[in-house]
Ligand binder design. Sequence first.
Ligand SMILES: Cc1ncc(COP(=O)(O)O)c(C=O)c1O
Length: 422
Amino acid sequence: METERARKYPFIPGTPALCIVGAVGNYVITDDGRRILDGAGGAVVNNIGYGRAEIADIAARAVSGSGYTLPTFATEARVRLIERLTDRWLPAGLTRCLFVSGGSESVDTAIRIARQHHEAKGNPNKWKVLGRSISYHGSTLASLSVGNHDRRRAGLGQWITDLPKIDVYDADLAAKVVEAEDPASIAAIIAEPVIGASGAAIVPPDDYWPALRRLCTDNDILLIADEVMTGFGRTGKKMGVDHWSVTPDLLVGAKGLAGGYAAIGGVFATDEVVEPLAEGSIMYFTFSGNDLACSIADRVLQIIEDEGLVGRSAALGDRLRALLEDRLGEHPNVADIRGLGLLQGVELVRDRATGESFDGQLAMPVVQQALKRDCWIYPAGSAGVPDGLLFGPAFTISEHELEVLVDVAAESIDAAVAQINS
Ligand SMILES: Cc1ncc(COP(=O)(O)O)c(C=O)c1O
């Protein structure tokens, strides 16, 4: 595509990073014929690889013979997806499903449900939703309010409600915030099982989620697991909370649900959460659960099941971790390597010995260096973790491709640090 035409794309005028003409397997193809190895499934979305003919078939069938159907009407595609999710994917106890079009919408909807649940039970003072000190839950105003991604909240002033935040590693500290805030004012706590975009794959201690679960149960607070990034096999289990055998009251998912082939998210809840709500009290979005998206999500999940891709995410996650440790474990600009399954993160610093940071100036240059070398790695970070890299490839990636990715990451860190220091 000519540069002049491509310049029409960015909303804020500038040059688009890349001009993409297609994608196949684990590669994205640019208009000048480059094949970019996708080490992050786009924005940690793609999980079954690109260009799957099975998905094209199902999409064609979904749109021929139907068009738009009001979200309140039952259709075969919607019910089939609910059956697959409740029978095979969600923690036992999550029986109610509501579809939306993405992650932010799912978080926003879960916040509404939590609030309306308490209101309907006669507890109108329970309104606060506590998020965590390092977190990202989306870019609607409510999801920005419960999250703590400083760069993404910047410039929004009074539109962001400053809700209390709890610690990401220590559930005892979380309990202290709950006590200080008054449990009678708290509707829900929301947390990512493994903290993605804002923290570069922070994994909590094993006792953290069970302790959060107890804290919520003891105080009539709903626990919302934000599995937008971690859900559907990404961490090597079906859901991130499965690592600690915890059932949240609400679980939200999006990215991996349809592997990027359709825009769909979901809010999944227990009977107890839904029971007090009056019929029709949760307003839908116009495009919620459209048949095209539901059919594609159902097929993507079936492919993951048939090809054993959750197990592959676990096994290849271990391999990726070993490669990262080997190449970057002693690197002077690497503070930590962490993650679960095929969601692995590298925390970058100016000086490993002192922990001094690059103040958010390193992650993007590293990603640009990697792109020059035909690899895509996702930049991560916010105030708590200023610079990080996220690795989240499709579960179909090969061991050799992982090796290439890690070699390129190591070269790119060196090149970006040299560039900044020169
Ligand atoms: C944990 C988490 N929650 C919510 C979101 C928002 O999802 P979306 O960008 O689909 O609105 C993201 C996106 O990165 C996320 O990682």
